[in-house]
Design a protein. Structure first.
Length: 310
């Protein structure tokens, strides 16, 4: 960084140069920058001295860029634009409230992102920053106001509320069942085309757990497809590649549209679920409270939190 500092001209001469180069006039640049023309001229002369090159050809009433000046103008204009845009991004804008949410890819892709337009319709002044990860340690170490997490609701340092219990059952595309003219039977599941989630956490449901809970033998691993992203598992099932495990509140829209069907009535419920969590003993911002209340209402959970008075 010290090396860059030695090579980089001061900002004020660069701003004066950019204005003069764009307007082809020291006087017009001075008017735009609300300084005197001699001040602009001196800034540019200092810049030329520091660079060791002439940037302008000076006439009686006008100035023209030299070839090196034209080359420098392009780079300076781009650099100043990037700096201005970066400043706008980090500058606090009182007209917008930022809401920081973290969750896993399943909730994000299969419920939150498709549903967010309903929240945004009531909160057009909200800027949402959504972070997704399937590694729970990374999720909990992220900066967030509200998170939606899979587990049992016992995260130290966080308050939590259950959004929905875990209820899991097989799903597939209607066309996949055409491969079984007489229909597929439950005891044939272990030898069927099973689409599995390669999970990071021990408490995530997979086919081995589901079949064991249902009293069926483990599947033929040679016929299984594994993916490390649950929305991709569901996409593969919708495309007819096989049977996937469907989380009730994540595949509901696919079942309603008949993109997926349930070939069996059997279901497995666990002690896990999806929880909304937030830092313990911390009052929510108005936007975080609004998101909390909207989310619980979406899942039919009867709870309301009041925002902090900021």
């Amino acid at each position: 960084m010290q090396y860059i500092r030695k090579k980089l001209p001061h900002l004020d001469p660069l701003i004066a140069f950019e204005a003069a180069a764009r307007l082809s006039s020291f006087a017009l640049a001075a008017r735009e920058l609300n300084v005197t023309a001699p001040a602009v001229s001196q800034q540019i002369r200092n810049l030329e001295t520091g660079l060791g090159v002439s940037l302008f050809q000076r006439g009686h009433r006008s100035v023209q860029l030299t070839d090196r000046g034209k080359l420098f103008q392009n780079s300076v204009s781009i650099a100043l634009t990037h700096l201005a845009n970066a400043a706008d991004e980090v500058r606090i804008n009182d007209d917008f409230q930022q809401l920081e949410i973290v969750t896993d890819t399943s909730i994000a892709g299969m419920w939150l992102v498709p549903a967010l337009h309903r929240f945004e319709a009531h909160h057009p002044d909200c800027t949402i920053r959504l972070t997704t990860t399937d590694v729970q340690a990374d999720l909990l170490s992220s900066d967030f106001q509200v998170a939606i997490v899979h587990g049992q609701g016992n995260w130290a340092g966080y308050e939590s509320i259950l959004l929905f219990e875990e209820e899991v059952f097989p799903v597939c595309a209607p066309g996949y069942l055409d491969r079984f003219p007489s229909g597929i039977k439950l005891d044939e599941l272990p030898s069927a085309d099973l689409l599995d989630l390669e999970y990071e956490q021990w408490h995530w449901m997979n086919w081995a757990i589901w079949l064991t809970e249902t009293g069926l033998p483990l599947p033929d691993t040679r016929r299984r497809m594994k993916l490390n992203n649950y929305p991709l598992v569901i996409d593969a099932a919708r495309n007819g590649s096989g049977l996937a495990l469907g989380w009730k509140h994540l595949v509901g829209d696919h079942l309603a549209s008949r993109a997926l069907v349930r070939p069996f009535a059997e279901t497995v419920k666990t002690q896990n679920g999806y929880y909304m969590i937030w830092p313990f003993n911390t009052e929510m911002t108005p936007m975080a409270a609004a998101f909390h209340n909207w989310t619980t209402d979406e899942f039919g959970v009867k709870t309301v939190v009041a925002p902090s008075h900021q």
